[in-house]
Write a protein that binds this ligand. Structure first.
Ligand code: NAD
Ligand code: UDP
Length: 338
């Protein structure tokens, strides 16, 4: 029988794609999600892709009684913890809500896991823990100086989980620092559909391509980068999903704690992404270069060599493929799962 893996936040963007990768690797994902930023109809799509509907529990990761019941009712081999809030601006406006969801949520989960003797945990951290780095590519031992409550919530969790592992070395923990996840499953059946106006580049570009928005505002054209626009390490969400399976397999082999960058090791500018999306979609992406967005870092990308050496994982999908898959999803589902 397949091993059950609890996927908190599994109805969301990265979580849903990771459920596909888990199923492909022979695991049975069990999703816990409060649907605060996702749509339950993703479950039908997961069934169409994988041939099996994942078990779904609607609920909050901060609900200790619910977690105890969940761990009691079925054997769980490990947990991949995506559930959390991720909008930087909201975290500045309402830090307590962010710390409660992201930090307290992880504490409640870890305590329930400890009580149930489930000690394999893969955690969604973020490259935002590096803040404005001194140099790129960024290695894992670079200084950690997150610039907002969202980033600090990720760093607090990383530090608390490291303490937990020091106190009890039987834990098997992977702290995965994602760079910029984009794209969609190649079927076009699941993808990212932010509520309201997208903050992030790729969903905005795809909404311009499909005609939902007039033009992209490029946030700054005077950065010290080759074309003056911001540079990031975009990583295909299916590469990222497969990275989680590799981290789970690694954790199953031996107790320990690893901290790993999941990125491609390459930077792409805003205009590189616009051009790649035009190639993928055959649509012209109208854009206007405007002022810098406050708080933005000019350029950064990750050093993925430690993840390669530790997990035998590397991102293989190109920016062109990220755009082609985003476009397929966007075109077939202009209103998300609705
Ligand atoms: P998402 O919002 O699509 O997914 C998060 C899911 O968690 C949603 O389905 C939401 O309903 C659920 N959720 C939130 N709080 C919950 C709670 N208290 N209890 C139960 N469910 C809850 O976001 P995503 O892009 O898939 O991100 C997943 C994780 O990866 C997050 O922790 C995020 O901080 C982290 N991350 C994301 C990015 C990115 O750019 N997308 C980058 C780095 C790290
Ligand atoms: N960006 C942009 N217009 C947008 C959204 C983003 O020019 O509407 C730029 C942004 O300034 C950054 C890059 O695209 O240089 C990636 O931004 P995103 O918000 O997707 O990710 P993050 O800033 O978190 O790395």
């Amino acid at each position: 029988m397949s091993q059950n893996i609890l996927v908190t936040g599994g109805a969301g963007f990265i979580g849903s794609h990771t459920c596909v990768a888990l199923a492909a690797a022979g695991y049975a994902p069990v999703i816990l999600d409060n649907l605060g930023n996702s749509d339950v109809r993703v479950l039908e799509r997961l069934e169409r892709i994988t041939g099996a509907r994942p078990r779904f529990i609607e609920g909050d990761v901060r609900d200790r009684a619910l977690l105890d019941k969940l761990f009691r009712e079925q054997p769980i081999g490990g947990v991949i913890h995506f559930a959390g809030l991720k909008a930087v601006g909201d975290s500045v406006a309402d830090p307590i809500t962010y710390y409660d969801n992201n930090v307290n949520g992880t504490f409640v989960l870890a305590a329930a896991m400890q009580a149930a003797a489930v000690r394999t945990l893969i955690f969604s951290s973020s490259a935002t823990v590096y803040g404005d780095p001194d140099r790129s590519p960024i290695p894992e031992d670079a200084p950690l100086r997150p610039a907002n409550p969202y980033g600090r919530s990720k760093l607090m969790v990383e530090q608390a989980l490291a303490d937990l592992h020091r106190a009890n070395p039987a834990w098997r923990i992977a702290l995965l620092r994602y760079f910029n996840p984009v794209g969609a499953h190649e079927s076009g059946l699941i993808g990212e559909h932010p509520q309201g106006k997208p903050n992030n580049l790729m969903p905005f570009v795809s909404q311009v391509a499909v005609g939902l928005r007039d033009k992209l505002a490029v946030h700054g054209g005077d950065y010290p980068t080759p074309d003056g626009t911001g540079v990031r390490d975009y990583v295909h969400v299916m590469d990222l999903a497969e990275g989680h399976v590799a981290a789970l397999r690694h954790a199953e082999k031996q107790p320990g704690l690893v901290t790993l960058n999941l990125g491609t090791g390459q930077g792409a500018s805003v205009l590189d992404v616009v051009k790649a999306f035009e190639r993928a979609s055959g649509q012209r992406i109208a854009y206007e270069i405007g002022p810098r967005r406050p708080g933005d870092v000019p350029a950064y990308w990750g050093d993925p060599t430690l993840a390669q050496a530790t997990l035998g994982w590397r991102a293989s999908r190109s920016v062109d493929q990220m755009c082609a898959d985003s476009w397929r999803w966007q075109q077939a589902n202009p209103n998300g799962y609705a």
